[in-house]
Design a protein. Sequence first.
Length: 499
Amino acid sequence: MSLPRTLGDLRSSAFSEQRLRTRRVKDELRDNLIARVRQCPDAPVFPGIVGYDDTVVPQIINAILSRHNFILLGLRGQAKSRILRALATLLDPQTPYLAGCEIHDNPYAPICRRCREEVARHGDAAEIAYLPPEDRYVEKLATPDVTIADLIGDIDPIKAARGGHELSSELTVHYGLLPRANRGIFAINELPDLAGKIQVGLFNIMQEGDVQIKGYPIRLPLDVALVFSANPEDYTARGKIVTPLKDRIGSEIRTHYPSTLEEGISITQQEAWLRRDGLELHVPKYVREVVERVAFLAREDKKIDKRSGVSQRLPISVLENVISNAERRALRSGEHTIVPRIGDVYSALPSITGKLELEYEGEMRGADTVARELIRAAVAKSYATYFKDLNMQQVVQWFELGGEIKLADTASAQEILEGLRNIQGLTEKLAPVGVKAKEKPEVLVSAAEFVLEGLHAHRRIGRTEERVFSAEKQPKRPERPFERGDDEPPVMRNRRPYN
Ligand SMILES: [Zn+2]
């Protein structure tokens, strides 16, 4: 179907005056949402948004049905921006506007003077252009230095002089981001960082369609769906948001981190860059779980700042880094399959430490130590879910009898497997993670290493920083008291004397 190119053709098309003249953006979002929900009531309204089906998504749907401006309140990495961007999928595939208009005026009800004059001059011959949905979504990160000029506009004296206009005429305005988002969605991230004066300007536009620029009153009755995001503490802090603006935000919707490990894993799986060209990739389930648990434990850890949160970007970057460490090993040793190990999680510290905002106690210990403790606690938990009921005494005993083995993260599977075979019974105990003794070396080594790391995390065997596993040295005094996150208190056992 070819689109009408003049106002006259537009009138007799599906974009009739009756349909378009009074249809505001929020009506459009509502209409398209209704159609989507009617068509497939069970299909996700926002594909790719995981874990919000029963909490955030219904509230957003209600806000759109109510034609509200709304705000998403949540900590870092809770997919707020992603949800806001997904709103663009609820816009019409094509939106006609008066060609050449900087603020994409409605052909039947232009608000800028240029367009009103254009229509008066050319009538039905006025030219029509079209906007796709992605061009109707404008996003701005609020910072304290954002000005009225950035957001709303500025008086352009040159434009005024050239055209012989009054400075208060809208023909002299150089439009800012918000007018340019006219007939679309305007998203402001971190709203509380916007200066009070700008918030007032924003409110005036929303409320009256009037704004003052450099003291000149300018009339701009814009048609914009405004959506915002903010950190909940900043938003509720007194004085951060001017009350009348808060009052105009119809719905306040709280986002959250994934509530189950499975949801976290599927978000990470979806977002992380996993396809490495060339080599086959096999990421064991327990590795994914450990990576995800690091984030879950960090969110509860008192050494980590709760107000800034632990972003979902943490497990995403960690998984990428874990795979890269395994990829590097595979490349060096000429293996055809990349199979990450728990040791690779420890090698992924650089993707953890920068994403943790530490409290005083955490600062004292250092980011590296905090991150290592998180991994160890995560391994302990995951290990317990698989091997709780399995007797590992035989394996522990091998170490207690003086056995030692080094599992360097750079050592090939073949090389390590020979050593592991000396530990009687180890490779036969891997059934709980679905690994049989005849599995490929890469898979077998990863699973067996998980067992050893698990025993180490539960303090049944020892391990040095150089990844040498040996008997647990009997501490004179526990290294640290039992903490939440450990599955069991450190066991104080006497090494069996033998002679
Ligand atoms: Zn215009």
